[in-house]
Design a protein. Structure first.
Lengths: 240, 230
């Protein structure tokens, strides 16, 4: 493995769509190690901020820089799991194999690696099942398996449990913890305070397209430094 | 009803000759649809996936070409393939080959335009995920075609409907030569102009039955596949 692609540095990043500013003046560095939670209300700009980091969106101002450049290798060393997983019309196994193929893994090794990743998320018994007929929770675990197979250095998660019932959400959180334990840097957007607490080490609080607060998880929950964050936490109770 | 019954009786009296007409009709139209599909699906997919300047113009033109009049296509292909034309040396004029060329030109915009529409809708759903996994351009287009394969059946069927129903293009470039380039639609036109309406009606009935059977088969495949793959 070559040098780390982290830290990821955002310098005065802005993003506008159809003349409307969605993200403005964001400067921050995402370091290796601690799991980062991007917290904020719906429409605060969490998803857009994460897509700017992952490279799905180009900033309209400012810059997003990884420590190592080179488009192809950057793509391969990060993965993203979306709120609603998009599965291809093929088996669960083939969905993971497809990702490995794109990542340049040799044909003979793909299936074994894909089966290993499915086992990691507890889906090995559903490997041959068409991915699109799996339940929402199973599809999201499959999305995590697809990411797991790639051994990303950074994993972006955009509200991965927002559409799931509590049991399925817990299963997803277990897998996310496994990523963390394996040394993958977690960057997760959520508006769920309980989940932020369970999975995060630090919080980036986003409000109105700006980063208004960044603190360790304990500090943030004990004494939010800004009025916006305090109001958000009050409104989000009870914690689930 | 009695006219249709009479027509069908007459049609089956033709036996050998009729069989030849039916087979040639299918050969020409299915070949044209196959060729147009091989070109049209990738073309539609690239238009759905790629962003380039002039893209909207291309889409407008492609959509407009869906309404190409068969006689005009026939005329242009005729000019291209005639002795003095740029492709005259191929000697295709008044052969089934010329009819396949004409119908391919006719059907290609239909398949490409309908595929573009279906795949663009799919792309909206897939784009972020595929780009995140590193699939762009041709790879993304091929993935999209394979994943939307069941909805693309509709685009191909629309092309087949057009090919099997048209008479103007095959009449001009094929010449409706008995035993060589006579297909169902040109035979119907001929029998109608000769005043043998029962025979024309019988042929029309068979043509509709074939198209119906092909569509039913495709629909069944599509439904079974969608149940299986979601």
């Amino acid at each position: 493995m070559s040098a780390s692609i982290l830290p990821l540095v955002l310098d005065n990043v802005g993003y506008a769509s159809n003349g409307q500013a969605i993200i403005g003046g964001v400067s921050l560095a995402i370091e290796a190690g601690a799991s980062t939670i991007i917290l904020g209300a719906n429409g605060a700009g969490k998803s857009v901020l994460m897509r700017l980091m992952h490279g799905l969106l180009e900033p309209t101002s400012g810059s997003v820089k990884w420590s190592e450049t080179g488009h192809a290798s950057l793509r391969r060393r990060q993965a993203m799991v979306f709120q609603r997983p998009v599965m291809l019309r093929r088996s669960a196994l083939a969905n993971v194999v497809y990702a490995l193929e794109l990542a340049g893994v040799e044909a003979g090794e793909r299936e074994a690696q894909a089966r290993g990743a499915l086992a990691e998320v507890g889906l090995q018994h559903l490997a041959e099942r068409p991915a699109r007929v799996l339940s929402g929770g199973e599809q999201q675990r499959l999305a995590l398996a697809r990411a797991w197979a790639l051994h990303p250095e950074v994993l972006f998660l955009d509200e991965p449990t927002a559409n799931l019932d509590p049991t399925a959400a817990r299963e997803i959180e277990t897998v996310i913890k496994a990523f963390d334990a394996a040394g993958t840097k977690i960057v997760m957007a959520t508006h769920n305070l309980g989940q932020a607490r369970r999975l995060g080490d630090e919080v980036i609080y986003v409000h109105g397209g700006r980063v208004v607060e960044r603190a360790s998880i304990d500090q943030f929950f004990a004494r939010p430094a800004t009025a916006e964050a305090a109001a958000f936490m009050k409104g989000e109770l009870p914690w689930v | 009803m009695s006219a249709i019954a009479e027509g069908l009786r007459r049609v089956f009296q033709l036996d050998i000759e009729l069989w030849h007409i039916v087979v040639l009709s299918l050969e020409v139209s299915l070949s044209a649809v196959l060729l147009a599909t091989l070109v049209g699906l990738p073309l539609g997919a690239l238009l759905a996936v790629k962003r380039f300047s002039g893209r909207r113009g291309v889409i407008v033109v492609l959509n407009a070409l869906m309404g190409l009049p068969p006689v005009v296509v026939g005329l242009v292909v005729y000019l291209m393939l005639s002795r003095a034309g740029p492709l005259g040396e191929l000697g295709l004029l008044f052969t089934p080959g010329a009819m396949i060329v004409a119908q391919t030109v006719l059907v290609l915009p239909i398949i490409a335009a309908l595929a573009r529409q279906a795949l663009e809708d799919a792309w909206r759903e897939y784009e972020e995920q595929l780009r995140s996994l590193g699939a762009e351009g041709v790879k993304a287009a091929l993935t999209l075609i394979w994943d939307a394969r069941f909805s693309l059946i509709t685009a191909v069927l629309a092309g087949l409907g057009r090919a099997s129903a048209e008479v103007g293009a095959v009449m001009i470039v094929g010449g409706n030569i008995d035993g060589v380039t006579r297909v169902m639609t040109t035979a119907i036109a001929l029998e109608t102009s000769k005043g043998d309406l029962p025979l024309a009606l019988g042929l029309g009935f068979i043509l509709i039955a074939i198209v119906l059977a092909l569509n039913a088969a495709a629909q069944l495949i599509k439904e079974a596949a969608q149940r299986r793959f979601g």
